[in-house]
Design a protein around this ligand. Sequence first.
Ligand code: FES
Ligand SMILES: [Fe+2]
Length: 417
Amino acid sequence: MLTAARNEMLTRVGPGTPMGELLRRYWQPIAGASELDSNPIKTVRLMGEDLVLYRDRGGRYGLIDRHCPHRRADMAYGWVEDTGIRCSYHGWLVDQTGRCLEQPYEDTTSPKPSKAGCETKAYPVKECAGLLFAYLGPLPAPELPVWEPFTWRNGFREIVLADVPCNWFQCQENSIDPVHFEWMHDNWGARMRGADANVAPKHLKLKFEAFEHGFVYKRVREGQSEEDRYWTVGRVALWPNGFYLGSHFEWRVPVDDENTLSVAWFFMRVPKGREPYVQERVPTWVSPLQDETGRFITSHVINQDIVAWAGQGRIADRTKEHLRSSDIGITMMRGRFFEELEAMAAGKEPGGIIRSANEAQCIALPNMARELNTEGLTLAEFDKDPILRQRLKEFRHHYGQPAEVRREFVEAMGIAG
Ligand code: FES
Ligand SMILES: [Fe+2]
């Protein structure tokens, strides 16, 4: 249980709020680069700030104030040029650093046009593994962490976005919540398929460990032992707002206090014999969350998670909860946030921020699926493993995979559609 004031501290993300300032110190994934292929301009709202993301014709990414520095027109209705983005109202041209490059009327009529003071808000953007990351904190920006899976080759990657109607922190608490797998994904999943009993293997034992880049949770369920990789390796609640499960990442990126962009990045190594496989473009798609009646879609794993997150309310009221031993990880995570917030208030840099380019290059995280993704399997071996066999058959994580993404996947894997 938390006091209302502590809950506010964890959940408010606007500029100037303690948590907003903390999260701004980390690069945040905000889009897939492939989203800008058909339209090079995308509106984004991040931690309460309305912005425009674009790729100019020179290939530079920009993330600037949605409103033009001249008289506040919507830059989303402008267009990109060789350098920068131009407002469609009076033609001002702005670049990715926020500098105003052109003011057409002034440039035509004034002998010495000056643009001093007309800069607009601009944040750095970097591309990595098909994702676009933005940094909204004080400069100089830290290094962008290149997690080991971003360096893996011979894999099919895809990015799935979802607009989740609730605060980011309840989504992130789900990253350190092993027991929900048994109930939400296994038992509830089985009930939806007609089962009449709770048949999922029970959790018998949990362990949570802290490290620089977050927490590892470990578990033993019925039918498993301490020799199992779920116990010896575990899964990572990635600091500060991610989740890493071995072959995919999920981030819960705050849009504002009451909305979250779920960004998931998936990797699937092609079967042995299909290498070398080079993916030219990482597809990005948006998973719909509700059906035509407005009810949440419950058929897919992350869609189920979203039912839990959104069901806790726009901002979960943590004054009314009852934490038990299954929630030790939740308490640890909140504790680290409070510690880091205090440290920041005392002028210190929060943890997990990387300033050395070398160190940022390929960061390994605990991973139960490393060999699968680096060595690969034959198609026959895929077939022997029930989970992997299922992964080839259909995309189970998010509802709504577009047919063309499925086609590209089938082609990459060398399986019949
Ligand atoms: S408002 Fe954008 S150029 Fe005038
Ligand atoms: Fe889940």
